[in-house]
Write a new protein. Structure first.
Length: 544
């Protein structure tokens, strides 16, 4: 037990548990229609609220700066837990009219505070995981970011099982989101800590144990699919399923216990320390991976795994290519996730089916995050394939998903959200791994949180200015031609494929633009990844 408490494996499992409860931002589609109805918002106002959710969930620069000031991760997690409870509790009070006269700007402030709590846990858990598992960074980032995406499906399952399917009660999810993540985060925050660098030695069982933990989470994700699609059963059966799900979530602890017993802490040899240092973005002597050429022009990124500050990264073309690509991919994906309730309603889906789609999107989100991290690690290790190649692939597939949603054929909602959810999740694991490799680990938390701001900025343009505008324009047109018909009697509502068709055509074009940016990034980083592949994965010390 002492070995377990001191091991990096317990930290990994605790990080998984925290991430699995902190993804309420991905469940906005579950209660957004209830919130819209209760507060009398139109679609543009609701999308504005979704924009502030995106800003809160992705602007975590301050959390990266706090971590860089050597604050322990548990303090950052405690701050996040406090914000989580305050924000979602105020949303619940406003949505249930326990406080009256709440304006849009106030709701935006509540949502900003609530969603921003996610960045505290995300930064603390991801950065600590990369520090503790430097040779498996892509897989570990994919696992942690994936669990955050899977959180939506798990939280939705627990809420629907315990509170029922009544569409009018979905606003009460915000109270659930205020309490559960806060309690879990407070209970586990002391377990999230970096281990001493001298204890990170070559562990022959590391890949096996990470694969076992990952396999459990992947199996859990696939197991959630039939549970999500099932017709609601009796209350006793639902409670029993919740207990079984809790046991499944606890099972990685057994792997961690075994891993902590197998891992022996030994004095690091000089070569072993050098390999870990290289993987952390520095060499044992403090020099860069390769020396910067004297004739290198200012403002051009020297891709040699050196540690970049935020200001240095700002002067590089690679930084802005990555920002633009993430704005296109993450922004368009967030637009679909935030509008899935209204999209389903416009196409005639029931409240139950929309809740199913919300859960499935979270599962696809997880599979994309984990799968992209693991696959990019594998192809980088075996073939030296640059990680941004996978960004290009996922952006191209996401464009196809938007075109499917624009077509609006029967079942298009399921197929389109499958493609978009997988690719959206992939962006969230590929981006941090790429940042750590190109810009180093010195200000990793600050850098990847800075680039993550591209997601809400892209979502604001695409969701509020594009999706909200086209939706409200079509709703007004339908209202003016309804002549009192009951199908269009609800204010601010739109029905039919025309509500979102133009939006999805725009989103497809935006994704193709992002694909061009990542292709340029591939061409500019190919030499670095080739050298990194040769040095890190084919050295004699690595093979040992």
């Amino acid at each position: 037990m002492v070995d377990l408490l001191r091991s990096r494996w317990l930290m990994l499992v605790a990080g998984i548990w925290i991430q699995i409860t902190m993804g309420s931002t991905y469940v906005f589609g579950l209660y957004s229609e209830s919130l819209k109805r209760e507060l009398g918002f139109d679609q543009s106002q609701l999308d504005t609220l979704g924009f502030f959710k995106g800003i809160g969930a992705n602007v975590g620069i301050h959390t990266g700066l706090l971590l860089s000031l050597a604050l322990p991760p548990w303090i950052i997690l405690a701050l996040g837990a406090g914000q989580c409870f305050l924000g979602y509790f105020m949303i619940w009070l406003a949505g249930t009219h326990r406080i009256r006269g709440v304006q849009l700007w106030q709701m935006c402030a509540f949502m900003l505070v609530a969603a921003n709590s996610q960045t505290y846990s995300n930064t603390a858990v991801v950065v600590t995981s990369v520090t503790n598992f430097p040779t498996s960074r892509g897989t570990v980032i994919g696992l942690m970011k994936g669990c955050l995406g899977l959180s939506g499906a798990i939280l939705t399952f627990f809420y629907r099982s315990l509170c029922g399917e009544d569409g009018g009660s979905q606003i009460h999810y915000t109270l659930f989101a205020a309490v559960v993540p806060t309690v879990v985060c407070v209970l586990l925050m002391l377990l999230i800590r970096p281990v001493a660098p001298s204890t990170i030695t070559h562990d022959p069982h590391e890949n096996t144990n990470i694969s076992r933990i990952s396999g459990i989470i992947v199996a859990l994700a696939f197991g959630l699919i039939p549970l999500t699609l099932l017709t609601p059963v009796g209350r006793v059966a639902r409670i029993l399923l919740c207990v079984l799900l809790l046991l499944a979530l606890a099972s990685p602890l057994l792997v961690a216990f075994k891993a902590s017993r197998l891992t022996k802490t030994v004095d690091s040899k000089e070569q072993g320390q050098e390999n870990v240092a290289i993987l952390l973005g520095e060499s044992s002597s403090g020099a860069n991976f390769q020396e910067k050429p004297e004739n290198e022009k200012r403002g051009t990124l020297v891709l040699r795994s050196q540690d970049f500050t935020l200001s240095q990264a700002f002067t590089s073309l690679e930084f802005w290519l990555l920002v633009t690509a993430m704005a296109c991919g993450m922004g368009s994906g967030a637009t679909v996730i935030d509008n899935v309730n209204q999209l389903g309603s416009s196409l005639g889906y029931s409240t139950h089916n929309i809740a199913v789609v919300v859960s499935l999107v979270s599962i696809w989100n997880f599979l994309g995050r984990f799968g992209a991290g693991a696959l990019s690690d594998f192809f980088l290790r075996v073939r030296g394939v640059p990680r941004p190649v996978f960004n290009s692939i996922t952006l191209g597939v996401m464009a196809a998903g938007h075109l499917v949603l624009a077509a609006a054929f029967p079942g298009a909602l399921y197929v389109g959200t499958l493609l978009v959810g997988l690719c959206y999740g992939s962006q969230w694991s590929l981006m941090p791994a790429t940042v750590s490799e190109i810009f180093g680990m010195k200000e990793f938390g600050t850098l990847f949180n800075t680039i993550a701001v591209a997601s809400p900025l892209g979502a604001y343009i695409l969701s509020v200015r594009v999706a909200g505008y086209f939706y409200d324009r079509e709703a007004q047109r339908q209202q003016s031609h309804s002549h009192g018909s009951s199908i269009h009697s609800l204010p601010n509502s739109c029905h039919g494929p025309a509500c979102f068709r133009l939006t999805f055509l725009v989103l497809a074009g935006v994704c193709l633009l992002g694909c061009v940016c990542t292709s340029l990034l591939v061409s500019r980083t190919r030499k670095y990844y080739k050298e990194a592949h040769k040095t890190l994965y084919h050295s004699k010390s690595w093979q040992k």
